[in-house]
Design a binder for this molecule. Sequence first.
Ligand SMILES: [Zn+2]
Length: 116
Amino acid sequence: MDDGGLVIMDDDGNEVVLDAREAEGLFAIAGRLEAATVSACPDCRCRVIATVALLDLLDAAAPHPRGGELMDLADDAPTLHLYVIDPFTMCDHPRWRDPLSDEWLEAVEEAERAKY
Ligand SMILES: [Zn+2]
């Protein structure tokens, strides 16, 4: 994956990996995911999104090359939330301080533990 890409992951660690162009396209067609975002770092693209709202957004948006995969991910997600990870950000999210940022961090750390 190249700089600028994004990972969208569910609580089971299933993920859709977008390259920079796909990530940019998704943010463009889906209004930067604002309508689906329930909590986000103010300084980078890391965020928690609601699965149902994401499905609505994708449904209403212009087609995206990875839209089908994202819909499957949201459909099959074990919880109501999906986690958007910006793997290349240098951000430590110092200003992202709400309970959902902890949920995000836990999900991400667990996925990393499972992987390595
Ligand atoms: Zn951040």
